[in-house]
Design a protein around this ligand. Structure first.
Ligand code: NAD
Length: 298
């Protein structure tokens, strides 16, 4: 099966590589030549443009930063036609970017008019999950369309959930990421409090991990450098999930909360803390660097 893969960043790169390793005929593209070069070294065929990548593909997967990128790619922008205009009837599009549910629905509806199926399939599991092929997919779209996508999703993830109709995957994802954003701040506060009292952060982290405060950050993504070798914190906060991407997701959750009149006070506070961290110049660092806001400056 021929698969086009658009967006080869921290997540898309390893996801595309897993499809290649699984035997799919992958043609990949990213606007960044560095991202393309990294995959080319691993033997993945690199296309000269998104249009070139999708030519002849039965399935298109995209992993882009935000709503405007997905809308621009499929519906067009700045006078440039979108990919939907050239995809043959019957093509399956799997968009794994985290974007507004309304944008996912808009793209899916425009595609349906042309006989193209688009499902939203945002992911959780971080770059570690993308590399290991153990991502969780939260899918919005028709059940039969999910079944068509399953052989592809199976090679990139180990949990596949059908959240509901178009856009429902995105709604599930922003609920999850609102919780993740909040729990990373809470975990950071607790570790910083322990350090301020002279506790060893490794020992404290292990105590909390095995106690009632245990959570995903303590299991897999400790925010303090040196506690967990594999976490972005121990790699200069590089290569993980950017603070600005978390800020985008918390913005989406707050817009959604306003639309349905939900009360999400901690989500709002978390958004503001990541915004302040971004304004302080740390938007490009992994979101776990938010712990710096609670640490004494040297
Ligand atoms: P990233 O910034 O590392 O990668 C995005 C890539 O998209 C970049 O390489 C960029 O050049 C490329 N791009 C942008 N517009 C393009 C276009 N029109 N055509 C081709 N390429 C284009 O971001 P990421 O961390 O890989 O995240 C991608 C998406 O996945 C985001 O929506 C993010 O919120 C979500 N996500 C990220 C993580 C994580 O841990 N990093 C986890 C779950 C979900």
């Amino acid at each position: 099966m021929k698969v086009a893969f658009i967006g080869l960043g921290n997540m898309g790169g390893p996801m595309a590589l897993n499809l290649h390793k699984a035997g799919f005929e992958v043609r990949a593209f990213d606007l960044s030549s560095a991202a393309c070069d990294a995959l080319r070294k691993d033997g993945v065929a690199i296309a000269s443009s998104a249009e070139d990548a999708v030519t002849g593909a039965q399935v298109v997967v995209s992993m882009l930063p935000a709503s405007q990128h997905v809308e621009g790619l499929y519906l067009g922008s700045d006078g440039k036609a979108g990919l939907l205009e050239m995809l043959p009837t019957g093509t399956l599009v799997i968009d794994s970017s985290t974007i507004a549910a309304a944008t996912s629905r808009k793209v899916a509806q425009a595609a349906a008019k042309r006989g193209v199926v688009v499902i939203d399939a945002p992911v959780s599991g971080g770059t570690g999950g993308a590399i290991a092929g153990t991502l969780t997919f939260m899918v919005g779209g028709g059940a039969a369309d999910l079944e068509r996508a399953r052989p592809v999703l199976d090679k990139m993830g180990s949990n596949i959930f059908h959240a509901g109709d178009a856009g429902a995957g995105q709604t599930a994802k922003i609920c999850n990421n609102m919780l993740l954003g909040i729990l990373m701040i809470g975990t950071s506060e607790a570790i910083a409090l322990g350090i301020a009292n002279g506790l060893d952060p490794k020992v404290l982290s292990e105590i909390m991990r095995r106690s009632s405060g245990g959570n995903w950050a303590l299991e897999k993504y400790n925010p303090l450098p040196g506690v967990m070798e594999t976490a972005p914190a121990s790699k200069g906060y590089a290569g993980g999930f950017g603070t600005d991407l978390m800020l985008k997701d918390l913005g989406l959750s707050q817009e959604n909360a306003a639309a349905v009149r939900a009360s999400t006070p901690l989500g709002g506070m978390a958004r503001n803390l990541y915004a302040a961290h971004s304004l302080a110049g740390q938007g490009g660092l992994d979101f776990s660097s938010v712990i710096q806001m609670f640490q004494k400056k040297p």
